[in-house]
Design a protein around this ligand. Structure first.
Ligand SMILES: [Zn+2]
Length: 391
């Protein structure tokens, strides 16, 4: 079980002068390659799921696979929603198991970006989940040629960054200092002076999007100036694509498994190269020693009903499942009836929270308050409820 709190992981990276890779995955091949690279290099890592990629895979299925891979890993892993577009996307991601979320409202006016980010931070922190904001605009689209998306790069201003972080409470900030998403023609020119000033003003881990194509030296300079998370996708997609073209050119009749043969190794080599260059290689045990283990809490209620028959009780529980599963930080809601007819308690609720913080935010959430006061407590006076931390 090496799913850990991303805030602690990146705090360690920030204070110890290295950067963790946020590797976007679009298939199981990516997921396996990223984890294998991390295990080989003993590197902490972030499994990143970008909303802009959700046309290519089923987000819900991908989070299940990412979570299992993280739990099986012996290295510290976090699961992050990359470029979340709305409040609802952030809630959905957290309830599906992401323990970090990014708000991407950087294309909106400053005040609107602040308002949306602040709302998401307040919800996410109530679930124990750290938030990455973005200020300035990193042009382009993950995995595509930058010249296809010629939007202006808007550099992050130092003063705005300070105000933005103070007003929103984000835990980390993606800055725009000259990188672009996707592939870039020629050598990118980065504004390190600006980055240094942002870092001095904020003192929180900074994030770079559009890492593909930067030189080793440029990465070192980014990290020296506060970058603790580097988003990385295009180079992995290209490594896989090159291998697939090579397979097809060798045998143009090969089927699916023939085409993808060896792409994990090709991606893994590139990921390991990054981990060594960014300094995250060898940091796994140090991170495990300081990072909070990311463990769910199970909210269990056993109860009997009065003044209502079994059909009414079952209807009440069905409605509760529907209402409560949408509360931020609720992974799942299960209800049940006792198998033994003479059981002391006849009914149960099992509500899984993503984090201990949700005990309180769930209790105070309007959907829970309404349901508990109007539908549940009036009939379930005889009950026992306990919150269990999973061992
Ligand atoms: Zn990005």
């Amino acid at each position: 079980m090496a799913l850990v709190n991303m805030r602690d992981m990146l705090g360690h990276a920030y204070h110890n002068g290295y950067a963790v890779g946020g590797f976007d995955l679009v298939s199981l091949d990516f997921l396996e390659a990223i984890i294998a690279a991390g295990e080989a290099q003993r590197a902490p890592l972030i499994l990143s799921l970008a909303e802009s990629h959700f046309d290519y895979y089923d987000f819900e299925l991908a989070t299940v696979a990412a979570e299992l891979a993280a739990k099986r890993a012996s290295i510290p892993v976090a699961i992050h929603l990359d470029h979340g577009a709305s409040f609802d996307s952030a809630v959905k991601a957290i309830n599906l198991g992401c323990n970090g979320v990014m708000v991407d409202a950087s294309h909106q006016a400053f005040e609107d970006n602040v308002a949306l980010t602040k709302k998401i931070v307040s919800m996410a922190h109530a679930c124990g989940v750290p938030v990455e904001g973005e200020l300035g605009y990193v042009a382009g689209v993950e995995g595509e040629d930058a010249e296809k998306h010629p939007g202006e790069v808007i550099y992050t201003s130092v003063d705005e960054a300070k105000t933005y972080v103070e007003q929103t409470g984000v835990d980390l900030l993606a800055v725009s200092i000259g990188t672009v998403h996707g592939r870039m023609k020629g050598e990118p020119v980065l504004d390190f002076e600006r980055l240094q000033k942002i870092n001095e003003a904020l003192n929180i881990p900074l994030v770079i999007h559009g890492g593909t194509g930067l030189s080793d030296q440029q990465f070192h300079q980014l990290i020296e100036n506060g970058v603790a998370k580097i988003n990385y996708y295009t180079a992995l997609a290209d490594a896989a694509g090159n291998k697939m073209r090579e397979n097809v050119s060798r045998d143009d009749r090969c089927g699916y498994t023939g085409i993808v043969d060896g792409i994990q190794d090709a991606m893994r080599a590139e990921i390991e190269r990054c981990m060594v260059n960014w300094g995250s290689a060898g940091q796994a045990d140090a991170v495990l020693a300081v990072a909070e283990a990311w463990q769910p809490v199970h909210h269990v209620i056993i109860f009997n009903v009065e003044n209502c028959d079994d059909a009414q009780a079952s209807n009440m529980m069905q409605q509760g499942e529907k209402l409560l599963s949408r509360v931020p930080g609720v992974r799942r809601v299960l209800t049940g009836n006792a198998v033994q007819t003479d059981a002391k308690y006849k009914f149960t609720w099992l509500v899984e929270f993503v984090h201990e913080n949700v005990i309180e935010s769930y209790r105070n959430h309007p959907a829970h308050v309404t349901f508990a006061d109007n539908m549940f407590r009036p009939v379930a006076g005889d009950r026992i409820s306990i919150d269990f931390r999973q061992n």
